[in-house]
Design a protein around this ligand. Structure first.
Ligand code: SF4
Length: 238
């Protein structure tokens, strides 16, 4: 199965900018961005981020406020703060042996950086990889990571898998099955996330009086460390 998968991938691999590097910082940036944002939206933002901050040290020397501002529009802004904190940690004391020690880095992201940057034989299991492995009834080697991700994103789709063009079809026990619709991500419009995003945008624009902001959204942003308040004035952290 692995040989068939890799042969398919040799032809069909998606050309993504973070696959052209083994720089752990660049790969960390891409993985954090991809945690909750779609590939197409990430590509230009990833390029812009690396142009501005090409190394962990460069990002560490920037202010948290600049990192948060540069993140606007990607959503889930705590990721910017965590990435900035991770960069400061890496700049100060290098990459930790256990990458999950870095802020905002969970098991999947740690495994992705280990595999794609450090070449360690660990398979990062994201939603696509999990789905393909479950359906194919097989645990794949780390060398198949990108192929599995691409197969899950383009062929072994969540609801209606395209088994007719799948390189695993001849030996896949799930071939031809259909699946229930997935739960949709909760609506952004009218949500608390939207209120938070709006309040953060106002503060990112320039410091605001507390009274100018949605009180609940402000408290939540402050609890996350995305804004600070001094003498009634709310600003981004430095
Ligand atoms: S044969 Fe179908 S269900 Fe099995 S891995 Fe391929 S696309 Fe997925």
């Amino acid at each position: 199965m692995e040989a068939a998968l890799l042969a398919w991938h040799a032809e069909k691999a998606r050309d993504l900018p973070w696959r052209r590097t083994r720089d752990p910082y660049a790969i960390l940036v891409s993985e954090v961005m991809l945690q909750q944002t779609q590939v197409e939206r990430v590509i230009p933002r990833y390029r812009a981020w690396l142009e501005r901050w090409p190394t962990a040290r460069a990002l560490a020397e920037a202010s948290a406020a600049d990192a948060i501002r540069a993140w606007q529009g990607l959503g889930y802004n705590r990721r910017a703060l965590n990435l900035h904190r991770a960069a400061r940690r890496i700049a100060a004391s290098g990459w930790p042996a256990d990458l999950t020690d870095l802020p905002g880095v969970g098991r999947y992201t740690a495994d992705a950086v280990s595999c794609f940057a450090f070449g360690e034989p660990v398979l990062p299991v994201d939603t696509n990889v999990r789905r393909v492995q479950e359906r194919a009834g097989k645990v794949f080697a780390a060398t198949c990571a990108q192929a599995l991700m691409d197969l899950g994103a383009t062929v072994c789709l969540a609801r209606i898998p395209r088994c007719d063009i799948c390189p695993l079809a001849t030996r896949c026990p799930s071939r031809g099955r259909r699946y229930e619709p997935l739960r949709k991500q909760s609506r952004f419009e009218g949500s608390f996330r939207q209120r938070r995003a709006r309040a953060l945008r106002l503060v990112a624009d320039h410091p605001r009086q507390v009274e100018e902001l949605d009180a609940e959204a402000f408290e939540s942003l402050r609890a996350d460390g995305l804004v600070i308040a001094r003498a009634g004035v709310v600003a981004l952290p430095e």
